[in-house]
Design a protein around this ligand. Structure first.
Ligand SMILES: *Cc1c(COP(=O)(O)O)cnc(C)c1O
Length: 492
């Protein structure tokens, strides 16, 4: 059976269900598969299969402690008509790449891919493990995770969900999506800080044993809907495998041919899932890590030095406005040869010195990764050019990825067929998109949705229609030191 271990060492080995409930390891590490499993099929055998069929096999291989019946329950509950495209993940050719459209779920961002299934995985896990406490989901968000987690967990019996987002740090649409969330068990707060502050605050709460005990006394067990939870990452592996199979199906590649994958990256979860797909056996040549002006990862890939002693920028791709990319820890652990002590040391340095330098061994393991970045101006130009030349609409995050990919192609001449993770609907960032395709200013941010729709004819996602007319249900703004008491008051 598959076992999950902590990136910071120790003998603890958990089943998938146990790791999902736990969220983060007691020694502050993240859970990773002890061994990445092999693909349970040859991709060429799977052409013509549905998203659900492929996801069932991939997720079921990682979480093999779930019975077939349990896994079917999870898959069927997650990937259904709440997705506005029957294929779940359409693959669209535009310009020089294939866009893996991951944003057709309820909240119009790729986070729905994992957060539609996480509540099923988690509630099934609590049954399997006879966990009788209420599960309290604690989430820091750079904009999209929060809403996707709220939608996933709203009114799910036996759970409470608390979301912290950076005040002023998310788009107007993202903010409105969260503060209008319905559901008796939902709690949403703006914090006076940026995403890294929110994420660090949440991690601190997880690592405060006394506070966890106090909550346990109140009948609550903390868990996470951030990509620090392995139950978030594994479902994301499925769509890269699916994308590869679709390229075979269309005759773009033959089974066994290599592809490149480009991922607009923030917390390093999505690109890590692509790495796992590669480790399972999907032939990936290059994993291209695209950043915005917060280019910590670009520099890291180039130099082997991870350095957060730098200015932090708010950009129009807010879900990538991150300096501390948590899931990088998982990659470093695998590349170090599972050396928990080494990772613990590196993460200690990040806390004390705000930087670390990885070993030659880790650097050598990163040879398939390349990095690049695009600032706001380049991003907007990419959106405009793509629309003008191909009539295809990209959101700001996807546009960062496309620009980085175009730069990579120009530099290397590499013509390998390429999948770009398309992470959000353009309507989530309607103001930037409208201006990039040459539309006029509007008096109110929400008007840009209609303006873009009128100009392009691209359907507005259900969840974004009439957002400005919905009742605001959450208006708390808190200081960072108030996070613990806010959690306590929310679960009472
Ligand atoms: C979360 C998010 C990202 C970054 O993904 P990570 O897994 O955090 O690297 C990119 N684009 C959008 C639209 C997102 O919501």
């Amino acid at each position: 059976m598959m076992k999950y271990i902590s990136t910071r060492g120790g003998k603890e080995e958990l089943t998938g269900a146990q790791a999902i409930i736990q969220g983060i390891a007691p020694n502050k590490g993240l859970y990773v598969p002890k061994e990445v499993p092999e693909l349970p099929f040859a991709p060429g055998e799977m052409t013509g299969k549905t998203y659900q069929e492929i996801a069932y096999k991939i997720i079921g291989t990682f979480f093999d402690d779930y019975s077939e019946e349990e896994m079917h329950h999870c898959i069927d509950g997650a990937y259904d008509a709440k997705f506005e495209e029957k294929e779940i993940v359409p693959v669209t050719k535009a310009g020089d790449a294939f866009f893996l459209e991951l944003y057709h779920g309820k909240t119009a961002a790729f986070k729905d891919m994992a957060l539609s299934i996480l509540p099923y995985l988690l509630t099934t896990a609590t049954k399997k493990e006879h966990e009788d406490k209420k599960i309290c989901i604690l989430t820091a968000t750079s904009g999209d995770t929060g809403k996707a987690a709220l939608e996933g967990f709203a009114d799910v019996a036996g759970t409470e969900i608390i979301v912290f987002f950076p005040n002023q740090g998310v788009s107007q649409v993202q903010e409105r999506q969260m503060v209008t969330q319905e559901g008796e068990n939902t709690h949403v707060f703006a914090i006076e800080g940026n995403f890294d502050d929110a994420q660090t605050g949440v991690k601190k709460i997880f690592n405060d044993a006394a506070f966890r005990d106090k909550l346990a006394g109140m009948g609550c067990k903390l868990s996470s809907a951030n990509s620090i939870n392995i139950g978030r990452l594994v479902p994301q592996v499925a769509y890269y495998v699916y994308g590869y199979i679709k390229l075979i199906e269309r005759g773009v590649i033959a089974d066994g041919d290599k592809i490149n994958i480009v991922v607009p990256t923030g917390n390093f979860g999505n690109i890590l899932a692509a790495y796992y797909a590669k480790q399972m056996g999907i032939p990936v040549a290059k994993l291209i890590c695209a950043s915005n002006k917060n280019r910590v990862l670009t520099d890291f890939i180039e130099t082997g030095v991870y350095d957060i002693n730098r200015d932090f920028y708010l950009t129009n791709s807010p879900s990538m406005d991150i300096l501390i990319s948590s899931n990088l820890e998982r990659l470093l652990f695998h590349l170090s040869g599972d050396d928990g002590a080494e990772i613990k040391d590196l993460m200690g340095k990040l806390e004390s010195d705000k930087k670390y330098h990885v070993s030659d061994k880790i650097r050598a393991g990163m040879k398939n990764f390349c990095g690049g970045f695009a600032d706001v101006e380049m991003t907007n130009k990419a959106i405009g050019d793509m629309y003008k030349d191909n009539g295809y609409l990209m959101d700001t995050h996807t546009a960062v990825a496309y620009k980085v990919y175009e730069d990579y192609r120009a530099k290397t001449g590499d013509e390998t067929p390429t999948l770009i993770a398309s992470t959000a609907s353009a309507y989530k960032f309607a103001e930037s998109v409208a201006k990039s395709i040459g539309l006029d200013d509007e008096p109110d941010g929400f008007r840009y949705i209609d303006a873009v729709s009128k100009e392009t004819g691209v359907r507005v996602p259900r969840g974004l229609k009439d957002l400005d007319k919905k009742e605001i249900r959450h208006n708390g703004v808190i200081e960072i030191p108030q996070m613990e008491e806010t959690v306590e008051n929310s679960v009472k």
